[in-house]
Unconditional design. Structure first.
Lengths: 146, 395
């Protein structure tokens, strides 16, 4: 899909100049969710970080994780604070935990009716929202009810 | 070994503020506001501004100590301190840093200050206008999550879900602030009372926050002067002694905007502080006579009150009724000047001042016989901070 959940004009996500989160963003373009894992302990961590918080090792690996999660919390935004969202109406932001990746959490919009009831604990699946015409192109990880 | 503690070693001896304005309405430069608040606090204390030898602030206040000390003609600068991180969560932390500097012999007369003129600089409640975002911002801004209300709402939503807490609890917190502001001529919302009906009918900002659950944005400045307890005895105001303070957060609390990844999401992050605070102060929650609790958003106050031990989560609906939160006779008078919601969003420093006024018996909504006065800063950010002030009777 190239149509976004939110209107165009929001800031474009890019990796840092030092490349820390580049594997995550590059993975999304290929419809893969990549998360860091400590190879010594199997502990997942997200957002990207240089060091493993459990062993202080700098040798972290990036692994693909299942594109499924459940809603841990959410908000429905009514008051926009960016000009691009001025007429967007309400939209839903969900905090999703990934049980198959150590319950790391990610954000996303919950696709579908923005006025729907949202249930904490509901199962969701990933949707890769591609923006090939953006400069630079990027893919956003979004969620819909499974 | 001597017990390491701030208890009873220092006191707040002067408080001052400028007129509080709606954001963008300050007629003077932010630096001038800052100077005027400091001078007002010195006058209140009966001290000469040139005797200030230490400065402590937070949230990257733009008015730096060397500039202030130079402008004021301070004889000597001994302590130049910025509480790092946490935005408004540093308010009590700056107080603690000032107390620690005096207790440790680094300085003798420290001013804690905060100045904001958001019309002259950026506003807090506006999203980034850049073409690209990276780092933690890249993980939230493209989803339309880009303001403090939007970042913190899921924390409160989860807490309300876990403990079956209804909107009425948040409403009571908002109404307590507005109620107290009606007695406070300094308050921006003085003369503008809030009713339950108006709260319920107000628009959503981001669920579960209605308009009245969100702090104002304001212009102005506030300052407090701390000296040693020994010196405080010779000054003109009733000293508000520092009983204890604590700064920090728990395990792996991510800075905003990556807060969604914090393991204990449904928290205001006082859980590890509160026991340290009470231990240092030598008092417990039941000894606290009046509470000032930073309202960035009412839901943060809800969690902060729980984490300071005033009630259990499952008692919130029963406890958070308006009559319990009002001076003079509520169970736990809360935000008695109107706080960030209705007095002024002076980034919570007005709450520190109110904690002092309650101890002096000079508050506009005075609680009788206050001996222990608590002021908490910055729920849901990291680091947060809390201070306990006390009268001479509790030393």
């Amino acid at each position: 899909m190239s149509q976004g959940y939110l209107p165009p004009g929001l800031p474009i996500p890019v990796p840092e100049r030092n490349g820390l989160s580049a594997p995550f963003w590059e993975g999304l373009k290929e419809e893969r969710i990549r998360v860091q894992r400590n190879p010594a302990t199997g502990v997942f961590q997200f957002p990207p970080q240089w060091i493993a918080y459990d062993t202080q090792s700098f040798e972290l690996e990036w692994v693909d994780v299942a594109p499924r999660g459940r809603i841990f919390s959410w908000t429905r935004v009514w008051h926009p604070v960016h000009p691009a969202l001025r007429d967007a109406g309400p939209y839903i932001v969900v905090v999703v935990e990934l049980p198959q990746a150590g319950n790391v959490r990610m954000l996303g919009n919950l696709l579908g009716d923005p006025r729907q009831d949202v249930e904490i604990g509901a199962e969701v699946e990933a949707v890769f929202e591609h923006h090939p015409d953006a400069d630079p192109p990027y893919t956003l990880l979004q969620w819909r009810l499974a | 070994m001597t017990r390491r503690s701030l208890r009873g070693a220092t006191a707040v001896v002067g408080v001052g503020e400028t007129t509080y304005y709606r954001h963008g309405q300050a007629p003077e430069a932010e630096f001038v506001l800052c100077l005027k608040a400091i001078i007002a606090a010195c006058r209140d204390a009966g001290l000469d501004p040139t005797d200030i030898d230490g400065f402590a602030s937070y949230s990257n206040d733009r008015n730096d100590p060397p500039s202030l000390a130079t402008a004021l003609g301070c004889k000597e600068l001994r302590f130049s301190n910025m509480q790092w991180g946490g935005g408004g969560g540093g308010g009590a932390g700056a107080m603690a840093n000032a107390a620690a500097a005096i207790t440790g012999g680094l300085a003798d007369c420290v001013v804690v200050y905060r100045a904001l003129a958001q019309g002259q600089f950026g506003r807090f409640g506006q999203g980034p206008q850049a073409r690209t975002v990276n780092g933690d911002l890249a993980l939230t801004v493209p989803y339309g999550q880009m303001s403090p209300a939007q970042w913190y709402a899921p924390k409160v939503m989860r807490f309300m879900h876990e403990h079956d807490i209804g909107q009425e609890a948040l409403r009571a917190i908002a109404m307590a602030s507005y109620h107290h502001a009606q007695s406070n001529p300094r308050a921006v919302m003085y003369g503008r009372p809030l009713t339950e009906e108006a709260y319920d009918a107000s628009r959503w900002i981001t669920e579960p926050f209605h308009l009245y659950d969100c702090c104002q944005e304001n212009d102005g400045a506030a300052a407090l002067i701390l000296v040693s307890a020994e010196r405080a005895k010779d000054l003109k105001q009733t000293p508000a002694y520092v009983l204890g303070a604590a700064i920090g957060a728990g395990y792996r609390v991510h800075s905003t905007p990556a807060g969604f990844a914090t393991p204990d999401l449904a928290s205001s992050h006082f859980k590890t502080l509160a026991p340290r605070l009470y231990e240092m102060a030598g008092v417990g929650p039941s000894d606290v006579d009046v509470v000032q609790c930073y309202e960035n958003f009412t839901g943060g106050v809800l969690m902060a009150l729980v984490e300071h031990g005033f009630f259990a989560p499952d008692e919130a609906m029963e406890f958070l009724k308006l009559e319990n939160l009002l001076a003079p006779s509520g169970k736990l008078p809360l935000n008695t000047s109107g706080g960030n919601l209705a007095e002024c969003y002076m980034h919570g420093l007005e709450l520190q001042i109110e904690a002092v006024r309650q101890l002096r018996g000079e508050a506009t909504s005075q609680v009788p016989d206050v001996n222990v006065s608590l002021a908490a800063a910055g729920p849901m950010v990291t680091p947060v901070s809390t201070i306990l002030l006390g009268s001479e009777a509790v030393l």
